[in-house]
Design a protein around this ligand. Structure first.
Ligand SMILES: [Zn+2]
Length: 276
C-alpha cells in the first residue's frame, strides 16, 4: 500500500526552521511543486528553490528517513520554469513511494491549515499552537486538531465468493469493496453493518478487523474488515452510491496492479485464497 515505506515516518510535533537540505512541500490548491521530470515527482530541496519561493513562510511538517519536510502555501507565488505543479491524482503512481507519501500527507496537512485560517466558532483569525499540531483561536480558545475522518472498507464474503461494487458518478471506475464514513455515535462495527446494508441490502456477521490505511487523499483513516454474509444473498444496490454490486468467485476477482490501496490489497488477498 502507498504508506508501506522502507524508511521511518516521524511526525512528532516540532518547531524547526527550514535548512538548505530540507525538502519543500509547496502547494497551490491541490497541486504540489516538483522539479525535473513531472512524472517522477521529485520534490525540491530548499537549495533548489528560486528566491521568491524560499521566502515563503514554511512550517516543519515531518521527517521521512533522514529527510525533513517543510510545508508552505504558494497561492500567489510564481514558480520557475523547471518546476511543475502536479495534482495528487496525477502523481499517485509515481515511481518514488516516499515522494508520493510525503506529497499526499503534505497535501492533507495543507488542506487542513487552509481551512482553519479562521475560527469556526467566533470568526477570528486562528494561530498555531506552540505545543502540539493544532490551531488555536486567541479570542475564544477553540482548539482544532488535524481533520481525519474514520471510514471502513468492507470485504463481504460468502464461501468462495466476494461482494464487489462499482461507485456511481466517480472518476474511479474499477471494482471496489463496500466503503463508507463513520457517523457520530456508532462503533466502527456499527459502521460496517450500516454501510453494507445501505449500499447493498445485505446483512453481515463474524466481523474481523484486517488493517488500516491513512488515505490522506481524502483526509480519511480507512479500517478494513472481513465479514461473512448473514442470510439472503440478494443484492439491492443503493443507486445514489453504486452503479453495480454483485458476487464474484475467487478466480474471477480482477487483479490490482497499482498496489497502493487497502481495497486493492484485500481483493488480492481473497483472490489468492486468503480469508477462506
Ligand atoms: Zn474563536
Amino acid at each position: 500500500m502507498f504508506q508501506d515505506l522502507e524508511m521511518a515516518y516521524d511526525n512528532a510535533f516540532r518547531k524547526l526552521p527550514p535548512s538548505d537540505d530540507g525538502v519543500a512541500l509547496i502547494f497551490r490548491g491541490d497541486a504540489v511543486l516538483a522539479c525535473g521530470d513531472a512524472a517522477a515527482l521529485r520534490l525540491p530541496r530548499f537549495s533548489e528553490l528560486p528566491a521568491p519561493l524560499r521566502a515563503l513562510p514554511f512550517r516543519y511538517a515531518f521527517t521521512l528517513g533522514s529527510d525533513r519536510f517543510f510545508l508552505a502555501d504558494a497561492a500567489d507565488a510564481d514558480a520557475a520554469q523547471e518546476l511543475h505543479w502536479i495534482p495528487s491524482r496525477e502523481y499517485r503512481s509515481a515511481p518514488s513511494r516516499a515522494a508520493v507519501f510525503a506529497a499526499a500527507v503534505g497535501e492533507s496537512l495543507h488542506r487542513w491549515y487552509g481551512s482553519t485560517r479562521f475560527c469556526g466558532r467566533c470568526g477570528q483569525p486562528m494561530g498555531d499552537s506552540t505545543t502540539e499540531r493544532a490551531r488555536v483561536c486567541p479570542s475564544c480558545g477553540l482548539t482544532v486538531y488535524p481533520k481525519i475522518c474514520p471510514a471502513v472498507i468492507v470485504a463481504v464474503t460468502d464461501g468462495d465468493r466476494l461482494l464487489l461494487t462499482k461507485y456511481q458518478g466517480r472518476s474511479f471506475k474499477r471494482f471496489a469493496l463496500v466503503a463508507g464514513f463513520h457517523e457520530i455515535g456508532e462503533t466502527i462495527e456499527d459502521t460496517v453493518r450500516r454501510e453494507v446494508f445501505e449500499e447493498t441490502g445485505l446483512r453481515v456477521k463474524n466481523l474481523r478487523y484486517y488493517k488500516s490505511q491513512p488515505w490522506v487523499f481524502t483526509d480519511s483513516l480507512l479500517m478494513g474488515f472481513w465479514c461473512d454474509l448473514d442470510g439472503s444473498d440478494d443484492v439491492t444496490i443503493q443507486k445514489s452510491e453504486l452503479s453495480e454490486a454483485g458476487w464474484y468467485p475467487r478466480a474471477s476477482i480482477p487483479t490490482d496492479h497499482s498496489g497502493i490501496s487497502l481495497t486493492g490489497e484485500m481483493m488480492e488477498v481473497f483472490r489468492q485464497g486468503g480469508e477462506r
